[in-house]
Ligand binder design. Structure first.
Ligand code: ADP
Ligand code: SF4
Length: 698
């Protein structure tokens, strides 16, 4: 296929200081949950993006010294020479495909608690960052840095930069964003210093300026020096001489770095979920940067549309199209545009499960791309598939995320695949869920897969076909995957998480009832102990229809788990905007129409409230009757030539969409393998020297 000529600007090389990127696709630094503990997993994860056409591939944050210790969150290090080889594994892999390798050197300042190294954290003026945010809370307040501390941090940056060059990196970062040390010096709220590093904007910029100068002196002859900076707060601050403090800061540093990497200030705004933020959402904050520097500018915005990318460059907003999530969801996005295969891009849905996996402390997981993080461990390549070892035919019952993914991957391997679904439209739970407020982008999960399946000659799709065990025995397929999903139950729990039986009333509804068109009326209580998006989004959905809605949960927040996906603050804002009353830390004890008893989970105190209906979002159970019926008919299965019957997705273990997609993918990759095949590789650290002191002093 031919590349669209409108997109050729995306494939123009660009000089960044002493190095040149082959194109405008720049995988900006992003957390991967991979550290020196799993260097091969990390190298393979980054390599696949270079192979997929990203011109620059970056690390996530790499700590320069033990005083920047983010444990228990996973973070990478470049503390001593022992760390060089492990990073070199990545740079060699990236270079093999003609891409540049960038490293985000990082000092966390007051945003890290140094829980392992036990060094008193560093800060300009002793003020902690995100002190009220549970995930970052610590009981230790940071030290106020002396001038000598400042010189130490600069020296550690220089030492790390030299090691980074030895490891083969081409672009070396200074980090002044997201609450970390450089950022804390820039903001007057964190920087109350009265010496030459505090006070005027010029003084507050000094620390970052010295970091850039020292890095350039150390490695600038061969490596580009990039500055990553958050501009959201600074842009909101007035300045006497400039349009804002952001304008002033960028003007003061103007051409000092070889590259500006510009972003927002906190993970929820920088890495906004699609439920609350669209593509290119950063533009109003960062649009001025190119006007005050001659150096190239990279920025992000969950870009997956080549038209929007081109527009960013043509309108002078960005020179390089930054991608973190789009590069995870589809590492081959650049090559697909280059080859005129835009319709094959597996677009990021903006669900932020990738962020949640970092918060969970594990390698990155992605809803759209089941191979992310599994390139080395399982040998899964997102675009390459092993050939089948038989001519067996595969029947998949259920066309939700699990069934569609299993069918697509089995078909890509070359199997004859049939997918049947009782519903008129394929997509399973997504058909209803993507009709809920803010979730329309999630339909990319089924749209991408259905579109791809429709192009394949070895695939038959049977919507509106409910299959019974008898039908399946007659259909002459050798492998049967049961992907029939799960149902929401009316189960209640005690404060000790012990099941308390079923809440039985025709005035109790579940999300499945709404999906089937049944609706509660009157005064509605949404009672949520699922704690992910569903309870909050259904409360929004009902309130937006003009119904009277309250929300209650045993958790401390509405949709409490969405703290992991950066959505929590916006969930509360959305519910508040619709005047939905939120009651937290309560159990629904009893309900009869017009009468509900909520009990405080800690004190047991009961409150009586009047509700006509309850919308219960709690426990899901597999819809697995068909599976059990089949496996109980072993003799007939054998007679029908059926070699395997397997549960996948929610039918096996109900979960988020990411779990269903992964389950479907794994099933199709392992088809025809003996079940005992162990494909689980375990990564180990690389060290050439015996353990020693990590850099100098402190
Ligand atoms: P998952 O998340 O595991 O993919 P979903 O609940 O999204 O599960 O999808 C399950 C799909 O299976 C639904 O579209 C449902 O209509 C379909 N389904 C359930 N039972 C049958 C059946 N007996 N025959 C065909 N399709 C079925
Ligand atoms: Fe995008 Fe979701 Fe994948 Fe993250 S997990 S890259 S947000 S699709």
């Amino acid at each position: 296929m031919q590349q669209n000529p409108n997109y050729s600007i995306l494939f123009e090389p660009l000089t960044i200081g002493p190095v040149t990127t082959p194109n405008r696709f720049y995988q900006v630094p992003h957390a991967s949950g991979m550290t020196e503990a799993n260097p091969r997993i990390r190298a393979a994860f980054r390599e696949i993006k270079a192979e997929g056409g990203w011109g620059v591939v970056s690390t996530g944050a790499v700590s320069t010294h033990p005083s920047s210790d983010d444990s228990p969150l996973p973070f990478a290090r470049l503390w001593d020479d022992n760390d060089i080889r492990s990073h070199a594994l990545s740079t060699n892999a990236i270079h093999k495909h003609g891409a540049l390798a960038a490293i985000e050197l990082w000092h966390g300042g007051a945003a890290v608690m140094n829980r392992t190294s036990r060094i008193a954290p560093y800060s300009p003026s002793g003020i902690p960052w995100a002190a009220t945010h549970v995930g970052f809370m610590g009981n230790l307040r940071p030290r106020i840095m002396t001038r000598s501390d400042i010189q130490d941090v600069i020296a550690w940056q220089v030492d790390a930069a030299k090691r980074a060059r030895s490891a083969g990196f081409d672009i070396i970062y200074i980090y002044a964003g997201m609450g970390y040390l450089g950022y804390e010096f820039l903001l007057p709220e964190y920087n109350l210093r009265t010496d030459e590093y505090g006070g005027s904007t010029e003084n507050r910029v000094r620390f970052v300026k010295e970091l850039i100068e020292a890095t350039r002196d150390a490695v600038g002859d061969t490596c580009a020096v990039a500055l990553r900076i958050s501009l959201e707060e600074l842009r909101a601050k007035p300045s006497t001489m400039y349009e804002s403090e952001a304008h002033e800061v960028v003007t003061l540093l103007s051409d000092l770095p070889d590259l500006w990497d510009v972003k927002m200030d906190s993970s929820p705004t920088d890495c906004g979920a699609s439920r609350f933020r669209g593509e290119a959402a950063h533009e109003p904050i960062i649009d001025f940067v190119k006007q005050v520097t001659n150096k190239p500018v990279v920025g992000v915005g969950r870009f997956t549309s080549p038209d929007i990318m081109v527009s960013q460059i043509r309108r002078g907003i960005l020179d390089l199209i930054g991608g973190a999530r789009p590069s995870i969801a589809d590492p081959f996005l650049p090559n697909k545009i280059k080859q005129g295969r835009e319709d094959e891009i597996r677009e990021c849905i903006g669900c932020n499960i990738c962020i949640a996996s970092w918060h969970d402390g594990v390698p990155v997981r992605c809803t759209q791309n089941a191979t992310a993080g599994e390139e080395w461990r399982k040998g899964w390549h997102p675009e390459k598939f092993s050939r089948p070892s038989s001519k067996d035919k595969i029947l998949i019952v259920g066309g939700g995320p699990a069934g569609l993914e299993a069918g697509l991957i089995a078909a890509k391997r070359g199997y004859e695949v049939t997918i049947a679904d009782s519903a008129k439209t394929m997509g399973g739970r997504l058909i209803f869920e993507t009709s809920l407020p803010g979730l329309s982008s999630w339909s990319r999960v089924q749209d991408y897969r259905i579109h791809a399946l429709q192009q394949m000659v070895n695939v038959v799709l049977y919507p509106a076909n409910e299959l019974s065990a008898d039908n399946i025995l007659d259909l002459e397929h050798e492998h049967i995957a049961i992907a029939t999903g799960a149902v929401w139950t009316r189960m209640l729990y005690s404060s000790l998480e012990i099941p308390q039986g079923i809440l039985d009333s025709d005035k109790v509804f579940t999300p499945d009832d709404l999906a089937k068109g049944g609706y509660p009326d009157g005064n509605i209580l949404v009672y949520d102990y699922d704690n992910y998006y569903m309870g909050g989004v259904i409360a929004e959905h009902l309130a937006a229809k003009g119904l009277a809605v309250s929300y209650a949960t045993p958790a401390g927040h509405a949709s409490a788990w969405t703290i992991m996906t950066n959505e929590l603050p916006f969930v509360h804002q959305a519910l508040d905007k619709l005047n939905i009353q939120i009651t937290t830390q309560v159990l629904l004890k009893k309900f009869s129409p017009g009468h509900a008893i909520l009990e405080n989970i800690f004190t047991g105190r009961e409150t009586e409230m009047q509700f006509d209906c309850v919308l219960l979002v709690g426990l899901k159970k597999p819809r697995d009757e068909l599976y059990h019926t089949l496996v109980n008919r072993q003799a007939e299965l054998a007679d029908a030539g059926i070699k395997s019957v397997t549960r996948i997705g929610d039918c096996l273990a109900p979960g988020a969409i990411v779990h269903a997609v992964y389950s479907g993918h794994e099933y199709a990759r392992q088809l025809d393998d003996s079940p005992s095949t162990d494909t689980y590789l375990r990564d180990i650290p690389i060290a050439e020297h015996s353990p020693g002191p990590a850099t100098r002093k402190k």
